[in-house]
Design a protein around this ligand. Sequence first.
Ligand code: DC
Length: 215
Amino acid sequence: MIITIDGPAGAGKSTISQEFAKAINYDVLDTGAMYRCVAYIKKESALSLNDALFQQKILDMNIVFQNHEIFLNGKNVTKEIRTPAIDIITSVEVSPHYFVRSEMCNLQRKMAQDKNMVVEGRDMGSNVFPDSPLKFYLTANSQVRAERRYNQLLEKNIHKDLKELEKEIEKRDYEDMNRVHNPLCIPEGAHIIDTSDLSLQEVLQKMLEIFQQIL
Ligand code: DC
């Protein structure tokens, strides 16, 4: 069975997907990391997204998730795909691109085939797996999401202005929700969970209850 988890940046999707999948003994697919890998290829090759050579690289790319690490064509890119430069290339250039989106969609369906998998992203329940029997949409207000980001950066000794972070998050929301191809939206039939005032354990508890009900 495929369980989809969608929602805006900073809603806690990654951590919650990992914990939820572990609790129900499912595999997990982080589709944001796949778009980030495409951005990494773009940055390294300096090719245009419309270049046939670039598109061939996307068709040939091999992504392996192993023990919380990501290998792109055999290279561990776990850290390299989380830099601010890759954030921007992914959200502004790569994720709105039609060819990239349709190839990622094919690859995601292939990777999930015949598996019990929690798939996390922006268009999982609305576009890639519309027939999934269990869909979640996780959200939180932009202030809470900015505070979470602020604390994550502080742990890495990076100091950023909280208001600035909130503006960046709202800009990212706008881009995700207004792109032409497969924008972020609440999938039909999705269970909406606002995580603004909930702990990770409380969110997990809610999701596990819903999972038990549909079994
Ligand atoms: O979840 P994330 O921040 O790692 O996602 C990286 C980027 O990829 C972000 O700009 C949204 C985009 N994305 C997307 O367009 N569709 C998905 N299914 C997953 C992520």
